[in-house]
Write a protein that binds this ligand. Structure first.
Ligand SMILES: [Zn+2]
Length: 414
């Protein structure tokens, strides 16, 4: 049985490992991150897991099954944090996975497949500007070049950060995880408000959205704000405003599957009270779990920009930043999680993930599923981040139920 007090104790202990600054500051490979990681290693060891550390520092704790030759069941998340972050993002998934294994041991449950609990290194992009690096390393997607290229604000490369922790950056290209995996599952806080709003304890993730990002620079004429009559202006900011509202309208119209669009950057040049804005650079981020839906929204947005610019006598350029692929969770895992939730009488909804997670790297390897639990007011990446222990326990109970079920050879996950 999942033990609430035992789990709470782990959260309390992790909450003490804060690093310097307000909230949790376990930036990847810093001393605070290393203390958090050591706490996880110690709890895995206490539970009797065989702990293995790979060349990137990923921590893998094995609870060997009755047939060690079978593919493994992988369950995990991360314990690094953003600056001034909270104690639940990632941590909820790792601590719950450890508690699940402890519970399985307490119950004397005989699982045929080996269960591997993973604490993935460097999930947050805060330090090196790239996310889910531990998973990427395990999937063989990083090169020595990448490790030199990724540099933090102090000028320390990921290569040196690994060296400083006595890890093995030079072996990065040959350290892909090569044991067969039967299934991957991750529990995580939602980092949004939907579960709270719908008053559900569990979200079963349908897919993980990925962004397409681009800059739009709109150019007009930076004329005198007093001497230029309204009908002779080419105001770049007025055009940009129409574009921003248009992006909101176009994305809102796409309902199923939903698309979200954000203009988070607007740089106005010259930015003076007495000069009509001559140019505006907008940073646009469009996301969905459906590439088709996202592509069609981006197409409409580009048409809209063209129409608005033309009408207002403005010119524009579009500069692509990134275009990543959304991933779907595997239906056999989604069904497993549903079945577990129903059998435990826990209310759930199916929900897309707007944020990226380690799970997205395992969808190509094995049937992959994700469980969301609510976080207060949807707040995350913030000192106010909070998840209730009862919700964490509900998530852990589902996690345990699923893992027990799929750890038997008779469950083939088709
Ligand atoms: Zn996270």
């Amino acid at each position: 049985m999942i033990q609430k007090e035992r789990l709470q104790k782990d959260f309390d202990a992790m909450a003490q490992l804060t690093g310097l600054g307000e909230g949790i500051n376990r930036l990847a490979f810093t001393d605070a991150d290393w203390e958090g990681r050591q706490y996880i290693i110690d709890r895995m060891t206490d539970a009797g897991l065989d702990v293995e550390i790979d060349g990137f520092g990923n921590v893998i704790g094995y609870k060997v099954g009755t047939n060690p030759d079978l593919p493994i069941i992988m369950v995990g998340s991360h314990t690094d944090s953003v600056p001034n972050g909270g104690n639940y993002d990632g941590v909820a998934g790792v601590l719950s996975a450890i508690e699940v294994v402890r519970s399985i041991i307490d119950d004397g449950f005989e699982h045929e497949h080996t269960i591997a609990v993973v604490d993935f290194m460097c999930e947050e992009s805060s330090r090196f500007g790239a996310a889910t690096l531990g998973s990427k390393a395990m999937r063989g997607k990083l090169t020595v070049n990448d490790l030199h290229r990724l540099v933090d604000k102090q000028g320390i490369s990921l290569y040196d950060a690994l060296k400083n922790r006595k890890l093995h950056p030079d072996a990065i290209e040959s350290m892909a995880y090569n044991r067969p995996v039967k299934a991957f599952i991750e529990m995580h806080i939602e980092q949004g408000k939907v579960l709270e709003h719908k008053q559900k304890q569990i979200g079963i993730v349908s897919g993980i959205a990925a962004p397409e990002r681009f800059y739009v620079t709109i150019r007009g004429n930076a004329d005198h704000s007093g001497a230029t009559p309204m009908n002779l202006r080419h105001d770049a900011l007025c055009g940009a405003s129409k574009i921003i509202l248009g992006i909101e309208e176009v994305t809102s119209m796409q309902e199923e599957p939903p698309v979200v669009g954000t203009v988070g950057i607007a740089e106005v040049v010259p930015g003076a009270m007495n000069v009509i804005p001559g140019s505006v650079k907008l940073g646009v981020d469009i996301r969905s779990i459906s590439k088709v839906a996202r592509d069609s929204v981006v197409f409409l947005i580009k048409e809209l920009i063209d129409v608005i610019a033309e009408k207002r006598g403005l010119s524009y350029t579009i500069e692509p930043i990134s275009k990543e692929s959304p991933v779907s969770m595997h239906s056999s895992m989604t069904e497993e999680i549903k079945r577990a939730a129903k059998s435990l009488n826990i209310e759930y909804i199916i929900i897309p993930s707007g944020a990226g997670h380690d799970a997205m790297h395992w969808t190509e390897v094995a049937p992959t599923g994700m469980i969301f639990i609510p976080c207060r007011d949807g707040i995350s990446h913030n000192t106010a981040e909070f998840a209730a222990i009862d919700d964490i326990v509900a998530g852990a109970e589902i996690l345990e139920n699923v893992i027990k079920n799929i750890s038997l050879v008779s469950n083939t996950l088709d």
